[in-house]
Design a protein around this ligand. Sequence first.
Ligand code: HEC
Ligand code: HEC
Ligand code: HEC
Ligand code: HEC
Length: 323
Amino acid sequence: MKIKRILLASLSLLSFCGVVSAADAGKDLYTKTCGVCHAAGIAGAPRYGNAADWQPRIAAGTARLYASALKGTPKGMPQKGGNLAASDADVKAAVDYMLASVKTAAAPAKPAATATPVAAAAAAAPAAPPAASVAAPVTNPSANTSGVSAADINSFNRLLKPIGKRNPPPAEDGIHDPTNDGTLALMAPLAAYGPLPKSLAGNRINWVKAIEENKINPRWDRNDPAATPVVIDLNIVREVKGSMPDVVYPHKQHTEWLDCSNCHPAIFTPQKGANAISMAAILLGEKCGVCHGKVAFPVSECRLCHSKKKEVRPAQAAAAAAK
Ligand code: HEC
Ligand code: HEC
Ligand code: HEC
Ligand code: HEC
């Protein structure tokens, strides 16, 4: 699926911006993982460079801060920021990096115990986050929803029309330049997809299964062949009003392909229930529809999302019995 490949290629642009170097491990991890929430204060995360946010926490001691970052907190700080592949040392370095952003502002000379009110007030003004790209990923797929004409290859197939010719060769797909020699060097999808597990929707490949069965091993980073995705196994159940089964949103299957910053915070605030999602929005190409129906399985596959049978809640059961 060419569109998907282009998506993945642009995703790798996101990740190769931060090339890992030992000296900058803290800054690097911050940019890659922590900044998603700590740059703008998502879900109440203390903001980078904002002394007022950090002061009460610093007072509790660095040991607690390290422990919170490593193990997570019940108030929304995920274990290692959700990046379980990060080493303990790098996570601590990322904490140090955030603390340095407020310490330099509050106490330039020494970590003085008595910061003057003036200095504290000055420090309370939020500093610019170090990497604007963290908060506003350039390659965010939501960009596709603006200014895209209906004829565009990435436009949302709202009427769920069956697509005419599926998986055409690169020179005929409307995406690649047919006059470029490189286009001819690409493998034709129909040949490449041969051994992959099939599905009945979209381009007829079950991409989730293809990864699970190790049939494909998408490269995460354009420059670094050893780079691996940050996969988190966290299901979010969204109760659906009416008779449709509830929706289970699985982080695992998404984070195998997608960096957190593709969804957080631009499409979804990372907090269970904080986002108003409706089928109408999805069909307009928003929320889940930013990808589903374009680069991921189409909206016609109701059961893949509406996968959880409704629990009979005690109140409902009682009401039914009373009838
Ligand atoms: C998905 C959002 C999110 C990500 C990603 C994230 N944090 Fe947090 N973090 C939070 C929230 C929310 C809080 C406030 C939670 C609380 O008060 O317990 C927090 C609090 C903290 C605290 C203060 C804890 C305390 O005990 O006061 C530290 C330190 C911290 N985060 C470090 C990190 C580091 C290091 C990373 C990256 C490796 C990271 N965070 C990534 C959401 C996030
Ligand atoms: C494909 C989109 C997508 C990607 C990629 C994604 N998330 Fe999420 N995330 C969601 C959705 C949807 C929710 C649920 C929001 C809701 O219920 O309103 C969510 C919720 C969360 C929550 C809140 C959990 C809770 O119980 O409140 C956290 C924390 C979180 N995500 C962290 C991450 C991290 C860390 C990554 C990267 C490793 C990531 N997410 C990648 C879509 C995504
Ligand atoms: C940023 C793009 C993006 C967004 C936004 C997104 N998804 Fe996905 N989703 C994908 C990709 C890519 C896959 C894996 C490829 C595929 O299955 O087509 C996937 C797979 C899934 C799967 C796994 C299906 C299986 O076979 O196991 C479910 C379920 C799912 N998405 C539900 C949702 C729901 C619900 C939302 C909204 C809350 C959502 N997705 C938002 C891109 C996205
Ligand atoms: C990509 C995932 C996805 C697919 C595919 C999907 N839905 Fe949904 N659906 C959702 C989400 C997310 C919600 C919002 C749940 C909530 O209220 O939090 C929803 C809500 C609904 C609702 C409740 C009313 C509303 O608009 O919120 C109905 C009814 C519904 N879907 C029907 C369908 C039908 C029928 C199909 C198949 C043609 C379908 N859905 C396919 C994700 C999906």
